[in-house]
Design a protein around this ligand. Structure first.
Ligand SMILES: Nc1ncnc2c1ncn2[C@@H]1O[C@H](COP(=O)(O)OP(=O)(O)OP(=O)(O)O)[C@@H](O)[C@H]1O
Ligand SMILES: [Mg+2]
Length: 345
């Protein structure tokens, strides 16, 4: 259990997950109020990762239900283990013969077998799927229902039922009830709108692209060893790229991929050629790459040169930097305004 919102930030931070006060508040309340969280936002902004780090930080077992079109109750809740049932009938063949010995009609034989079928429909032959596992878990669990928007609306209705009372009835066996309610995180990429009923039941969290400051801290946590200057250049380009009208806006995962790629190339600063040659690491559509090529001048952030020992020229250099830019400050090249510095609370 988290003690405060700051405690959430610190403990998630210790897992390498950088979060602002908005995310930490929702996580804190979800724990306190035992409410599911519906996490929405663009791809790659840390929705799935959030559930994972909360599980780690709270010592809960992470149980993941990956949603997809056609996912049904059996795959999400439980299935009977037919192969095991079959194996048992083979092993118990002789016993069956004894049970059926003396039966005069097929009906009588079937009735005798039927009287014994509870042994085949017991929890011994149940394969628990994620929802049942979360309910029966002996350890406190965190249930991650990932990409719930990919499931069908009928499945969402069924999910609502499970989330409302955390108990499941298996007609042949009985009712399973959670000893301790799992913490539930549902993630969605907005492939379809979730129903009001689901939204009502959940705390809602929208995770957006990170601010420049957050993204720098994420880089620092996830790509140790990257030089501050390269990190700042790279994050500056990413922040500017996100302002272009792209088919697929690059996210945190692309920032991390790009940083690792640049390190692998031995780069210690960014220039136009390097960006042009490695844009395919961050942009996945040819049209987006072409658009970014046309904007390279505005995307690149040139580090201010360290002030040179004054050669005492008669006239001031035309491109003299403003006073605040000296000492490593970043200046955007071209008209694009520098991305807004966000604050973490
Ligand atoms: N706030 C953060 N702090 C540290 N790392 C982060 C943060 N947000 C995202 N990441 C990293 O970014 C990558 C993508 O995160 P994740 O897979 O959780 O995104 P997602 O929102 O679930 O994407 P998708 O919608 O495609 O499933 C992961 O490597 C994750 O570690
Ligand atoms: Mg995800």
């Amino acid at each position: 259990m988290f003690e405060s919102i700051e405690d959430v930030q610190n403990r998630l931070g210790a897992q390498g997950y950088i979060c602002g006060k908005n995310i930490a508040t929702v996580v804190y309340l979800a724990n306190r109020l035992q409410k599911p969280v519906l996490v929405e936002g663009p791809a790659g902004v840390g929705k799935t990762e959030l559930a994972k780090v909360v599980a780690d930080a709270t010592g809960r077992e992470l149980i993941r239900l990956q949603c997809y079109e056609g996912l049904d109750e059996a795959k999400a809740l439980y299935e009977w283990e037919y192969s095991k049932q079959l194996l048992y009938t083979q092993i118990l063949k002789e016993k069956f013969s004894e049970v059926m010995a003396g039966a005069r009609t097929l009906r009588e034989a079937a009735e005798r077998i039927g009287a014994e079928d509870s042994i085949f429909f017991s929890d011994k032959f149940i394969v628990p799927r994620p929802l049942l596992r979360a309910i029966t878990s002996p350890r406190p669990a965190l249930l991650l229902v990932d990409e719930v928007d990919k499931s069908d609306p009928e499945f969402e209705a069924f999910l609502l039922e499970v989330l409302s009372d955390f108990q499941v009835s298996v007609p042949e066996v009985g009712t399973f009830e959670a000893r301790e309610r799992p913490l539930v995180f549902l993630t969605s990429n907005d492939a379809r709108e979730m129903t009001d009923a689901l939204k009502r039941r959940c705390l809602h969290l929208w995770i957006d692209f990170p601010t420049e400051d957050e993204e720098l801290r994420i880089l620092d946590a996830k790509v140790p060893g990257i030089e501050q200057r390269l990190a700042e250049d790279l994050v500056g380009v990413m922040q500017r790229l996100r302002k272009l009208d792209l088919k697929k806006t690059p996210s945190i995962s692309e920032t991390l991929d790009w940083a690792r790629a640049l390190l692998a190339l031995g780069a210690d600063q960014i220039d136009e050629g390097l960006v042009r040659d490695t844009l395919n690491v961050i942009l996945k559509y040819e049209g987006d790459i072409r658009k970014a090529h046309g904007e390279l001048g505005r995307l690149i952030v040139r580090k201010a040169e360290a002030p040179k020992p004054a050669p005492a020229p008669a006239t001031a250099a035309p491109e003299a930097k403003p006073a605040g830019a000296a000492g490593g400050g970043a200046q955007p090249v071209g008209p694009a305004a520098p991305a807004k510095k966000g604050t973490l609370h």
